[in-house]
Design a protein around this ligand. Structure first.
Ligand code: 26Q
Length: 828
């Protein structure tokens, strides 16, 4: 009770918003930070200190609202959600905060006194690249929407010392460099050592009798690691709400050192600190296939345990003596971002039973009512499976609990399907064999009340394929939540001239309700509006051309069609199909067959997982093709090709406003949703795409006249496999054969024979899982339609406007409202 009265006392201390938002107040604070706190004067010629001063000025205003938000949630006591994710791809924070606090005009005015543009200051900030791609950026968009909708959602993640690697291109090859993003300090985090938690590893389970003679378990002789939280403010859009992203850093505990010290080795003790600190050292740069590294499992457990302890601690503090969990599931929900934090299911059981002395059935009821799981992939190689042997040494108590969950689950299966032993084997959380493994996705489904896919097709395929047995058992658990992206970063911030045009035309309601963009539709028929639309796109293209010139030394022509594919490099995403088309255009140009051709600048960017050889070879091929095309004078007026190195959030902010053709060309049934496709659409690009992921919903929203559809659908892909004969396809398509000949004759690798052999072999393989050859003709034909359509400038612009106008449902505000309505607010 003591704590509670202290809290109400805190609540009664009014914390009014005091810091001025006017130009003078902002200017005074900036001056004080710059001149006094940082000790600089106007001659300091670097923008770095100005960035720091601006960041601190903005941060103060965030912190005020942060505390007010905390107090408000404390008072209203709503159901809270913890979004557990190994990745949060936040990008830059400053401009987002300035936009969401509505400080832009004041800040620009103040910065004039320093002869500096807001853009120059923004440019000083390093990206927070704490994620690989789609899944990590989705988590960041979701946080923005949760704060904008004033939902009490806390993000829990890891404060990686090194984020996503930097990519450089040397001789056409990807080379990786460490991303030491914290080296200049990070004004957006506040360390909170008083909220540190201790996380157990190794040791063993011990059983004992409690005071009542009941058998209980405890995990002993462990090697503990300290989890120290760093809180990052997440501002809502102009609404006074600031939510929290809590990132954990691992540190050695004092005992950890002391044990070693008492054993006599001071230096060993200090060295042992490394082991603990390794856990949060680096983000795994793998975005599809899991690689079974022990450190990764340590990261997953570290995040899960620290975050659950944090939530339980707050619960107990608020609910008196710490025994009453009857209301816990009515007031808490955990959203698992893929299987990565799934070990949280067993960890919640452990904490409730071993630390808070609940019985199994009560703990399980709570777990099953609070955990919700989002799946982000259908690729079988991406499904996480951890060796039982690894669990046994690293997390022995957790393994006990997983076994028990499985045993009880299999009894349920046996009762429902008596005698169906094969089904029990299929559905077991443990895959048996010489090296038994824990199937994390199955654990996630069994332990959750909600399982969702991220686009309609994806959810349908989950139910029909991968998780069919589970769908039959528990159809009510399954639901779809089509992804979305935040229109603040992906339209208002990144495309200020389009923002201005839209607001000028339909007012500014669209920033918090993107469906209002529909109101643009009639303006598509207005010539004057179209001309302004074209001007905006053109100015964005000039900016992208400058970026490409500076990063790739390739001169893009802003009068050409800007054709863009940026995303992680993966065979299923088929950057290779894109290159084959580029080679085909090159072949036509050099043959003089340019009739009906549309001049294009083709941009490709993205990182390959460092161990993914084929993806790295594809990067090399793109670069070699670009080198040959760009130096050929015959191509000069027709085709430019560039590979943009180090693609990241901040690059996309320049790329998506300038893109006219968005390449979404994955093998149907493989891309769970895609989110880049939505950013491009919002910014008026037309999509060339397959019937995959959210492309299908984009096509539905914008209509087939405004979308370039090609290729086999997911069903046809499955049917095609058995009789797939790529060599026959190549033989019977002259243009395709010529493209293959160019690749196979060494035209693009004269001084490096053989480097592309693996690529051509994969295209020619009957087992090519991505059946690239099957879609070549259809893709090339669709690209011809693109060229034709682009040549009618007015009609293309209509289509472009209609894409933006139809993009409302791809706001992550819509997605989050659905999570909130169907999952987080679900009453029991
Ligand atoms: C797993 C184990 C060990 C190491 C790494 C990983 C790992 C890490 C990241 C596995 C997968 C990822 C990322 C997956 C991802 O980004 N998926 C994408 O999620 C988007 C958001 O839902 C979708 O739009 C994309 O279609 C999907 O590919």
């Amino acid at each position: 009770m003591k704590t509670h009265s202290k809290e109400s006392q805190v609540n009664s201390i009014a914390k009014p918003i005091k810091l001025g938002m006017d130009e003078a107040s902002v200017g005074d604070d900036l001056q004080r930070y710059f001149g006094l706190t940082l000790g600089r004067d106007e001659d300091s010629d670097s923008h770095h200190y100005l960035y720091s001063a601006v960041a601190l000025t903005v941060r103060d205003r965030l912190v005020e609202r942060w505390r007010a938000t905390r107090d408000r949630y404390m008072e209203q006591n709503p159901k809270r959600v913890a979004y557990l994710s190994l990745e949060f791809l936040m990008g830059r924070a400053l401009n987002n905060a300035v936009l969401n606090l509505d400080l832009e005009a004041q800040m620009r005015a103040v910065l004039q006194q320093y002869a500096c543009e807001l853009e120059d200051v923004n440019a000083e900030e390093l990206d927070a690249g704490l994620g690989n791609g789609g899944l990590g950026r989705l988590a960041a968009c979701f946080l923005d929407s949760c704060a904008s909708l004033q939902l009490p959602v806390t993000g829990y993640g890891i404060r990686y010392e090194y984020g996503m690697f930097h990519q450089k291109i040397k001789n056409g090859y990807q080379v990786e460099y460490p991303d030491h993003w914290l080296r200049n300090g990070n004004p957006w985090e506040i360390e909170s050592p008083e909220n540190a938690r201790s996380v157990k590893f190794f040791g063993h389970t011990e059983y004992y009798l409690d005071q009542n003679g009941k058998e209980r378990a405890r995990w002993v002789s462990t090697n503990d690691v300290l989890a120290v939280p760093y809180d990052v403010p997440v501002p809502g859009y102009q609404n006074g709400t600031v939510n929290t992203l809590r990132l954990w850093k691992s540190e050695a505990t004092d005992e950890f050192n002391l044990d070693e010290f008492n054993a006599g080795s001071y230096t060993d003790a200090v060295a042992a600190k490394n082991l603990a600190e390794q856990i949060t050292m680096v983000l795994y740069p793998n975005d599809a296939s899991e690689n079974g590294k022990e450190l990764r499992l340590r990261q997953q457990y570290f995040l899960s345990s620290a975050s659950l302890q944090d939530v339980l601690h707050r619960w107990v503090k608020r609910n008196g003596n710490g025994k009453d969990f009857s209301n816990f599931s009515a007031k808490n929900c955990f959203q698992l971002n893929d299987t990565h934090p799934t070990v949280a299911i067993a960890e919640l059981m452990r904490l409730l039973m071993d630390d808070y002395f609940l019985e199994w059935d009560d703990a399980w009821a709570i777990t099953q009512k609070t955990m919700a799981y989002t799946n982000h992939t259908l690729l079988p190689e991406a499904l996480e499976m951890w060796p039982v042997s690894l669990f046994k040494t690293l997390l022995p108590r957790i393994l006990d609990i997983i076994y028990e969950i499985n045993a009880r689950f299999l009894i349920q299966v046996a009762q429902r399907y008596p005698g169906d032993v094969e089904r029990q084997r299929r559905m077991s959380i443990i895959e048996e064999g010489d090296n038994p493994k824990v199937r994390m996705a199955y654990l996630a489904i069994v332990g959750s009340f909600s399982v969702n896919g991220v686009a309609a097709l994806h959810t349908k395929l989950l139910k029909a394929g991968l998780f069919n047995d589970f769908y039959e058992l528990w159809p009510e658990k399954f639901n779809n939540k089509t992804n979305g992206v935040t229109p603040r970063r992906w339209l208002a911030h990144c495309n200020p001239s389009l923002k201005a045009l839209i607001t000028d035309t339909i007012g500014n309601d669209w920033t918090s309700d993107l469906d209002h963009l529909e109101k643009l539709k009639p303006f598509a028929q207005n010539k004057e509006f179209r001309d302004r639309w074209i001007d905006v796109k053109h100015s964005c293209k000039i900016k992208l051309a400058e970026l490409v010139k500076s990063k790739c030394d390739v001169q893009f022509n802003p009068n050409m069609l800007f054709d863009v594919q940026v995303k992680r490099i993966h065979e299923y995403k088929r950057q290779l199909l894109n290159v084959l088309h580029v080679i085909h255009l090159y072949d036509r140009i050099t043959r003089g067959d340019t009739e009906g051709m549309q001049p294009r600048s083709v941009l490709i960017g993205g990182k390959a997982a460092p161990g993914y050889a084929m993806a790295k070879t594809i990067i090399k091929l793109i670069n070699n093709v670009a080198a040959i095309v760009n130096k050929d004078p015959r191509c000069q007026d027709w085709l430019k090709v560039a590979f943009l190195p180090d693609y990241k959030v901040t690059s996309m902010e320049i790329i998506c406003p300038a893109t006219e053709l968005s390449e979404q060309i994955s093998t149907a049934g493989k891309e769970a949703s895609g989110t880049g496709n939505m950013k491009f659409m919002m910014n008026g690009a037309l999509t060339i795409g397959t019937l995959d992921g959210a492309n299908i919903e984009i096509l539905e929203a914008v209509g087939e006249d405004n979308f370039f559809l090609f290729g086999l659908d997911a069903e046809q892909v499955q049917e095609a496999r058995s009789s797939y004969d790529p060599n026959l396809i190549i033989e019977t398509d002259k243009e395709f054969a010529r493209v293959m000949h160019l690749v196979e004759s060494g035209h693009f690798n004269q001084f490096e024979p053989g480097v592309f052999d693996a690529v051509s072999a994969s295209i020619r393989s009957r087992d090519d899982a991505w059946i690239t050859a099957a879609d070549f003709r259809s893709y090339v034909d669709a690209q011809k339609k693109v060229a034709l359509a682009y040549q009618d400038r007015e009609s293309w612009t209509v289509k472009s406007i209609l894409n933006t106008a139809s993009s409302g449902r791809f706001s992550s505000d819509r997605t989050i409202s659905e999570y909130n309505r169907d999952i987080w607010s679900r009453d029991e």
